[in-house]
Design a protein around this ligand. Structure first.
Ligand SMILES: [Zn+2]
Length: 84
């Protein structure tokens, strides 16, 4: 995945979290038309996965990996020189 896409995902995730939570937990999810899986709208990584053509449903393990990766990208990098 390229860096620009990562940045976009991080930004979208932050925006999504800033939004007021829906009254109903179920409003966090939509059903993907392609694979029929419930997609968490708060996870931009999940949304991107389901945007791809001919994708497969995510397994529990993949869902966990995605959310961990997404959280890691949101953190500032340490040990590197900062660009202005
Ligand atoms: Zn899907």
């Amino acid at each position: 995945m390229d860096k620009d896409l990562r940045k976009t995902i991080v930004r979208m995730s932050k925006n999504a979290r800033r939004r007021a939570p829906p009254k109903d937990e179920r409003d966090y999810f939509y059903i993907c038309e392609e694979c029929g899986q419930a997609v968490d709208k708060r996870s931009t990584a999940q949304i991107f996965h389901h945007e791809e053509l001919a994708h497969l449903r995510l397994t529990e393990a993949e869902l966990t990996d995605l959310s961990l990766a997404e959280r890691a990208w949101g953190k500032p990098r340490s040990g590197r020189a900062k660009k202005p």
